[in-house]
Design a protein around this ligand. Structure first.
Ligand SMILES: Nc1ncnc2c1ncn2[C@@H]1O[C@H](COP(=O)(O)OP(=O)(O)OP(=O)(O)O)[C@@H](O)[C@H]1O
Ligand SMILES: [Mg+2]
Ligand SMILES: [Zn+2]
Length: 415
């Protein structure tokens, strides 16, 4: 059976884990010195190496012949854990086992020493999904687990982990993997797999994956399967991911810069009618804005920073001929904010439309009195604005929430 690229390529040793040097180094040192903690909290966005690091850690700490804190990969313990048959590694998905009874089962189980090897490692994935009573039931065990038991809680949402749990764990924050680091690793993987892809395509994938290695590998996997034996290009990736394309982003940016709200609404309508997902289009549009900003601000260096061909840089330049860095930076801020709000929205398309309409209206506060509070220099100000001499804006005074539908119809009727 075909195994997904990201599963096949899961790092087996610490040295293969990329982009998290601070974590890898600490864990290796702890294993070498025999000073591992009894409870860890691995926090970070999806696909950045939490589960992978937990598994490598479990192997290394049980390894019969570790080398500098690395698992040897050949002893019986390494082999069993590597094959997923490790009796000493217990993976629990807290999303579907979040009740107090599940934790009681664990509490019963931890009393028995490991059948093989030195440590039983409990990896609780999506730990933030545990219920309050489950967390409470876990506290005592977490504080003083029986000898030979280690807990690793992994989460993408640390705010939902109670302080009582936090304080009993050693916390490691997994960072989004930078585009450069990811590109270098992926280029090596693709070579080993015999998949052809230009550096431009690899760089594009890493940028749209937003720091998640799993996302990047999944996209490439899909692309390689669909276009079997063909070279992977940006265009092929765009068609696989359902991207609307730079022409659409460029048209939307032009409409925004001309304060042409009806045109914006029209573009959004076409995007959704073509079956594109609005969340994805938002990500794509932000990537386009960011690329454009780099082109505008760094000139000839842009090709190197973005790893794009001269042809694609010229296309970007063409699309932003009449756009200023200030409006680009402002758009990035507005659409990044939108991206956050969209996560919990039931009508993301309307939010997108409102953002466009507001930008076209100049997005000025509509209340009669300007605010008197001193401006907050850090709020909403991206470095680029400061370089531009842009003045920090005062916080907007509270206004009644606008009715989205009335706003949109107003604009459409004006057309
Ligand atoms: N830091 C990394 N170095 C190398 N490969 C990585 C890294 N992070 C993720 N990957 C790749 O992505 C896949 C998924 O990673 P992993 O399961 O560790 O992510 P995670 O952080 O646990 O994500 P989630 O929060 O979704 O559970 C791995 O099998 C591996 O191929
Ligand atoms: Mg995981
Ligand atoms: Zn070993």
């Amino acid at each position: 059976m075909y195994s997904a690229l990201y599963r096949r390529l899961r790092p087996k040793r610490f040295e293969d884990i990329i982009g998290q040097p601070h974590i890898v180094r600490t864990l290796r040192n702890q294993i070498m010195k025999g000073k591992a903690s009894h409870a860890y909290l691995f926090n970070g966005t999806r696909g950045t190496g939490k589960t992978t690091s937990a598994l490598v850690f479990a192997k290394a700490i049980n390894c019969e012949t570790p080398e500098n804190g690395e698992p040897c990969l050949t002893c019986a313990a390494c082999d069993a854990i590597g094959r997923g048959a490790g009796f000493n590694v217990i993976e629990i998905d807290a999303a579907s086992n979040n009740g107090v009874d599940n934790i009681r089962d664990i509490r019963e189980e931890v009393k028995y020493p490991p059948a093989h090897g030195k440590y039983k490692v409990y990896i609780i994935d999506e730990a933030h999904m545990l219920s309050t009573s489950a967390f409470n039931a876990l506290l005592k065990t977490l504080e003083e687990p029986p000898k030979g038991v280690i807990f690793i809680l992994a989460t993408t949402d640390p705010q939902k982990i109670p302080a009582t749990v936090h304080s009993r764990c050693q916390r490691f924050d997994f960072k989004r993997i930078s585009s450069e680091v990811m590109s270098a690793a992926i280029t090596g993987y693709l070579k080993d797999e015999g998949i052809e892809a230009g550096s431009e395509a690899v760089s594009y994938v890493t940028r749209i994956s937003d720091g998640s290695m799993r996302d990047a590998l999944s996209i490439l996997d899909q692309c390689a399967a669909f276009y079997m034996d063909e070279e992977i290009t940006i265009e092929k990736i765009m068609s696989i991911t359902g991207a609307a394309g730079n022409e659409v982003s460029s048209a939307l940016l032009t409409a925004l810069s001309e304060n042409n709200a009806p045109e914006c609404i029209q573009i959004i309508d076409t995007v959704t009618k073509n079956g594109k997902d609005i969340h994805q289009f938002t990500n794509e549009f932000i990537t386009f804005l960011r690329d454009s900003l780099i082109v505008l601000t760094t000139g000839n260096n842009a090709a190197k920073i973005l790893d794009l061909s001269a042809d694609n840089i010229n296309k970007l330049k063409e699309g932003i001929k009449n756009i200023s860095t200030t409006s680009l930076a402002r758009c990035i801020a507005k659409f990044s904010e939108l991206q956050q709000r969209m996560r919990f929205a039931t009508t993301p398309r309307i939010l997108f439309e409102i953002t466009c309409v507001n930008i076209c209206r100049g997005d000025r506060p509509r209340s009669p009195e300007p605010p008197t509070a001193p401006p907050n220099p850090t709020s909403q100000n991206y470095g680029i604005n400061i370089c531009n001499g842009d003045r920090p804006r005062s916080p907007e005074p509270p206004t009644a929430p606008p009715n989205p539908m009335t706003q949109i119809y107003d604009i459409l009727n004006k057309k």
